[in-house]
Each structure stands twice: as C-alpha cells, then as structure tokens.
Design a protein around this ligand. Structure first.
Ligand code: E4P
Length: 224
C-alpha cells in the first residue's frame, strides 16, 4: 500500500521524508491555504523540489466548469511536470474533465468521492487514483471504510487500472482497514502519520531495558 503525506507544509514534509519511507504528497486547496503562501503554484513547486523525483505529487484544480478544469490542469502539469497527478473532484463537470484529461495522457486522481458509483464512473473515465473521503463519509452516517472497499472490489472486478487512494482519515484503525482490504494507497495528514506506528510505547520499553541493564552493568553501558 502506497503511503502519501496529506500536507503542504514544507517543514512537515521534509521532517517526514527524512525519517520515514513515503511515496509522495497530496494537497488540496484547504491544505494549501493553511501554508499562508498566497501563491499556491509556488508552494507546489517548492514541494516538488523537496521530495524525491520519483515521489508522487497530487494537486487539485479549483475550477468548476469542465473546460476551465482542463485548462487549469494543463497549466499545472506544464509547471509541475507531466507526472503530476491532477486531482479533479467527481462532479458531473469533473467527470467529463477526467475523460478529456485522461484521453490526453494527463494523470488524474479523482477526488471528493462520496459514493461508490461516482468512483466507478471516474475509473471508467480513466482516473488512475480514486480518493474516497473515508472519515467525512463516517461523519455523514455512512461507512467510509466499507465504501472504499466496495470501490476497490468493483474497480478490480471490472479490470480497470485505477487504484483507491483512501483519504480523509481521523484514526489509525481506518488506515489499517484500508491495508487489510488491499487498498492501493492512502494519504494521511502529518500528525496522524506520525502516530500510526510510533506512539511512545516502544520508547518506554527501551527506557526500561536501559534502566535494568545499567543497574547491573553500569551507567551508559552498551554492548560496545
Ligand atoms: C485528499 O484527497 C483529501 O483532500 C483529504 O484527505 C481530505 O481530508 P479531510 O477530510 O481531513 O479534510
């Protein structure tokens, strides 16, 4: 399962990349707005140059009309590189934009997915990633994890190339459920990413080992 950082803060991205094996960065307009940089393309260019060249970058269009989405996506790719995944919300206009962009070999991540059928149509239109909003679905009274798993099963059964990119998580269990279900990718906020595997318990165990060892062998003693 690919793991991406859902953040646009350069320090967070740099810190996580220096410590952990991640596969790329996803952003959305809200996430970009939190950086305070009034020039979002400048922020995206800085992210692009900060992460490894083979790491994925996903960035979202703001336009709502099909033609405008297509024009915006082409501009973003021209600035950020042809392997940039352009996030297109799956509205009716967005679905059409996904078809056009995919037919012109622009890589698309279908986003703002709140249902199985809209995701399936986006896969059929050529999107490479499908981003269901797991926690937002839970908040609406639906089952976000199950929706993501249903999309995964339906798309795989149909033989489409698209992978689910699980998004909008608020706890580790939701992410673990993605992995258990064979989901292709997840994007997780920096704070949640840091707490997924490391919660301080291992560090406490290490402290106990050191205390016991030093009581016998002397302060600062290691195997050296
Ligand atoms: C990713 O594609 C989404 O933009 C993001 O994960 C949404 O997360 P949120 O529900 O925490 O805003």
């Amino acid at each position: 399962m690919l793991m991406l950082i859902d953040d646009a803060d350069l320090r967070n991205i740099e810190e996580l990349y220096s410590k952990y094996p991640y596969d790329g960065v996803t952003t959305n307009p809200t996430i970009l707005s939190k950086t305070g940089n009034p020039d979002p393309m400048d922020q995206l260019k800085q992210i692009r140059s900060l992460i490894p060249s083979d790491a994925m970058l996903h960035a979202q269009v703001l336009s709502v009309e099909t033609e405008d989405m297509v024009r915006e996506a082409k501009y973003m790719v021209s600035v950020l590189g042809k392997d940039t995944f352009i996030k297109v919300p799956v509205t009716e206009n967005g679905l059409k934009a996904i078809s056009i962009l995919s037919s012109e070999n622009i890589r698309v991540t279908a986003t703002a997915i709140y249902g199985t059928m809209s995701a399936f149509l986006a896969a059929k239109a050529g999107a490479e990633f499908l981003a269901p909003y797991v926690n937002r679905l839970d908040n609406l009274g639906y089952n976000g994890v199950q929706t993501a798993l249903d999309i995964h099963m339906m798309v795989k059964a149909a033989g489409y190339k698209a992978e689910v990119l699980g998004a909008s998580f608020k706890n580790a269990q939701q992410v673990i459920d993605m992995g258990k279900g064979g989901i292709g990718a997840v994007t997780v906020s920096s704070d949640l990413l840091k707490s997924l595997a490391f919660n301080g318990i291992a560090e406490n165990a290490v402290k106990d080992f050191i205390r016991d060892f030093e009581s016998c062998c002397g302060e600062g003693k290691t195997m050296l």
